[in-house]
Design a protein. Structure first.
Length: 396
């Protein structure tokens, strides 16, 4: 009866914890993203710290450098990007009016049927703007609110990641102190593996996205494609979506290229595919080992996160999938890892025996001297004896 009550209490507490986490899921996501951001900054901070720069200064230099680069890039592309969006909207409206003029009288039954299903241009514009432009004003306010909210959340993530990076050792020791002693080594290995894998993934995706955006913009501009910056921005963004990102990146340049002729559309699509293949085959393996993670787990995680968070969930799915697989790898080691651990255990046992023999020899030499050893030496040898005994008991 007591075991049933205990299991019931554990189940209720687990469900309650999950409900609480679901209610504060936005805060939890921001906190986890801040940890991931700190992991992405870790190699740069360690590199500067190894050059005899204080860790605080290294953190400020790392975060300041990245923030300056990001803000400068945004200031550089925001104006031309907004201009291209306006031009694309105007051209889309004129193309829609031309379609509604040509398709109803086309010789193809499919085009006539499709034109009959589309709303007239006047009705479409009225539906988009609403009576008196109220809906348009609401749309503009909604977009502005989303932009401000995104910027605020990004600032919170950066500040939290900076605080975590400053006191990471203190927080790690605090968290490890809550874990039983025999599990601390495993917990530390899991944490270090997650930090390394997550940081490598974030650096890989951001590097590939920026490089893909630059190469796409340069290629579109050289081939004379309309709206090169807008198309490159969309391509760099959808590249972050697993599996379908490459397909979604090809569609916009192909459609825009059709306005100038099928040849340009095909060239733009082939160039886009070539850039993404280079990213996948050449660039990514040098930064992040994606092949070491299971695609099945990624599919399941992508379905779950996509259903809850939409596009953001699909973008974060590889990150969460890699984290789960790192945890599973340390909790459920492979047979090869078990054999390697057994061999290491045997070697460590032999080393402990040799160390104990050397300690006994050293103690005999100390006792054989005419002058008695200081109390500090006796205390030190006693502590070494205890450490060797504890280590042997742990290995056995």
């Amino acid at each position: 009866m007591k075991s049933i009550a205990r299991y019931t209490l554990i189940i209720l507490l687990t469900i309650s914890a999950l409900v609480v986490l679901w209610q504060i899921r936005q805060v939890v996501v921001l906190f986890l993203l801040s940890l991931a951001t700190a992991a992405a900054f870790r190699p740069l901070v360690d590199y500067l710290a190894d050059r005899r720069i204080s860790r605080t200064i290294a953190l400020l230099i790392s975060y300041g450098l990245v923030i300056v680069v990001v803000v400068g890039l945004l200031l550089l592309i925001t104006g031309p990007l907004v201009l291209e969006i306006e031009q694309a909207s105007n051209q889309l409206a004129s193309v829609y009016e031309r379609i509604m003029t040509i398709w109803p009288t086309s010789s193809l039954t499919f085009l006539r049927t499709l034109a009959a299903m589309l709303p007239p241009p006047v009705q479409l514009y009225a539906g988009m703007t609403g009576q008196g432009g109220d809906r348009m004003i609401q749309t503009v306010l909604g977009v502005s609110t989303n932009v401000v909210s995104f910027a605020a959340n990004l600032g919170i993530i950066l500040v939290m990641s900076l605080y975590w990076s400053v006191d990471s050792l203190y927080f790690e020791r605090l968290l490890l102190s809550l874990i039983p002693v025999e599990r601390r080594l495993q917990a530390r290995l899991i944490w270090q593996g997650i930090e390394k894998g997550v940081g490598a993934y974030i650096r890989s995706e951001l590097t590939q996205s920026l490089l893909a955006g630059f190469l796409l913009w340069l290629g579109y501009r050289l081939m004379g494609l309309d709206y090169p910056l807008l198309l490159a921005f969309l391509g760099a963004l959808v590249w972050l979506i697993p599996w379908f990102g490459a397909i979604l990146a090809i569609i916009p340049p192909f459609l825009v290229g059709l306005t100038s002729g099928p040849a340009l559309a095909i060239v733009a699509a082939i160039y886009t595919l070539a850039v993404l293949v280079v990213q996948e085959v050449i660039i990514e393996p040098r930064i992040f080992r994606r092949h070491s993670y299971s695609s099945l787990v990624l599919i399941l995680v992508a379905l779950a996160l996509g259903d809850v968070f939409g596009l953001l969930g699909l973008i974060l799915a590889p990150l969460v999938s890699a984290t789960l697989q790192i945890v599973i790898k340390y909790l459920v080691p492979s047979p090869t890892a078990v054999v390697s651990a057994r061999l290491c255990n045997e070697e460590a046992t032999e080393g402990i025996e040799a160390l104990q023999a050397r300690l006994a020899q050293t103690r005999d030499e100390i006792e054989g001297r005419e002058n008695p050893a200081p109390p500090e030496i006796a205390n030190l040898t006693g502590r070494l004896d205890k450490l060797i005994a504890d280590t042997r008991r742990y290995l056995n």
